[in-house]
Design a protein around this ligand. Structure first.
Ligand SMILES: Nc1ncnc2c1ncn2[C@@H]1O[C@H](COP(=O)(O)OP(=O)(O)O)[C@@H](O)[C@H]1O
Ligand SMILES: [Mg+2]
Length: 344
């Protein structure tokens, strides 16, 4: 029997659909229940799409997953897959530890160390908070003075993401694609400025660390590769006008020919080294090579529905409809089969 947390985030619907199509028995569970360990009795795997915007999941997801694994239950996402999720600081250590081709990043837990490093740093730099998506917490820092102001605040009152961010994003999407839907989204964005979303209200201030990444110039796009087991899907995301950031722009190209093989090779290699079940990589072109800027086990499905196929680890191309959630659960089921723990 599989256990699936069905409430909330979006992979679960595809998992349930897969079970129904393939007559795989599953049980709906609630990972937020204090009785979750009892509820998992008789289950050989747990699937839970916990999302970075779920501030309650953040409180215990990693701890629950490690504990469920300790009793021999297979989890998607596994600890190795998600301990560094929504945590660019964790990702820096992990990518450095295996010598992955990543854009150099620098983290400081002390104001003076940060400032003395900045004295000799080359600008511009990219400053990021450790969490966040859609480019929300990513900013270009052009000179020492701007960096110094960031450091002061990082070791002072800290940062909460702007309540105007959602509105700015909605205006950008409307200008790119005017239409009734995007127009009414602006209305919702305005309402959120006046009455902030609970997610925003519950946000803790980010402080006592500062993270900078070398800026990689002259990229009008990034490449997003997602490896799920032995398969990879990929898209090319163009930057917004007058900006250096691609994530969240919604300007997506899906054609196979847009994706450099080097990105696929690196993505398969790193996924295997970090023992991840599912890993999305953002790449930028750094001189003569492709470099990773961040990784993530979760992603928004909407960007990938138009992918015309996927690659296998030998880089062979397999055209056809792509369902990332089906790939995830297919791997869980085949892992159980290999261990002879067939879901019953
Ligand atoms: N070091 C960098 N050099 C150049 N561009 C970058 C760099 N870091 C991020 N970007 C751009 O900004 C976007 C958002 O950065 P990213 O770290 O992926 O944050 P998020 O978690 O919001 O997706 C990326 O999609 C990329 O286009
Ligand atoms: Mg990104």
């Amino acid at each position: 029997m599989l256990a699936i947390h069905t409430k909330g985030a979006s992979f679960a619907a595809g998992w349930v659909e897969y079970c129904n199509i393939n007559s795989i028995p599953f049980k709906e569970v609630d990972c937020f229940s204090s009785d979750i360990m009892n509820d998992l009795d008789g289950c050989s795997a747990l699937l839970w799409h916990w999302s970075h915007i779920d501030y309650l999941a953040h409180l215990f997801a990693r701890q629950l997953i490690a504990s469920v694994e300790a009793r021999g239950v297979l989890v998607f996402p596994s600890t190795a897959t998600c301990w560094h999720y929504d945590d660019k600081v964790g990702q820096k250590y992990l990518l450095d530890s295996i010598g992955a081709p990543a854009v150099p990043s620098h983290v400081f837990y002390d104001r003076d160390r940060a400032l003395s490093w900045l004295q000799q740093a080359a600008f511009p730099l990219v400053w990021k908070l450790r969490g966040g998506a859609g480019s929300q917490n990513v900013r270009l820092v052009r000179n020492f003075d701007a960096a110094q102001a960031i450091v002061r605040r990082s070791f002072g009152r800290g940062w909460r993401s702007s309540r105007f961010h959602a509105l700015r994003e909605k205006i950008w999407h409307f200008r790119r694609q005017p239409g009734l839907n995007n127009f009414s989204n602006i209305g919702r964005g305005l309402a959120r400025v006046i009455v902030p979303h609970e997610i925003h209200r519950q946000q803790q201030a980010e402080r006592n660390y500062v993270y900078f990444q070398d800026f990689v110039p002259e990229n009008d796009h990034d490449i997003r590769v997602i490896v799920i087991g032995e398969r990879a899907i990929a898209i090319k995301r163009m930057i917004r006008d007058g900006d250096f950031r691609a994530s969240g722009s919604g300007l997506i190209l899906h054609a196979k020919g847009e994706i450099p093989e080097e990105c696929l090779r690196i993505a398969f290699d790193v996924t295997e080294k970090i023992d991840s079940q599912c890993c999305a990589f953002d790449f930028v072109r750094d001189g003569s090579r492709w470099s990773i800027i961040e990784i993530s086990y979760a992603f928004s499905l909407a960007g990938y529905v138009d992918c015309p196929g996927f690659w296998k680890a030998d880089l062979s191309w397999h055209p056809g409809a792509v369902r990332p959630e089906h790939f995830m659960i297919e791997d869980v089921v085949s892992r159980l089969n290999a261990k002879n723990i067939l879901p019953r």
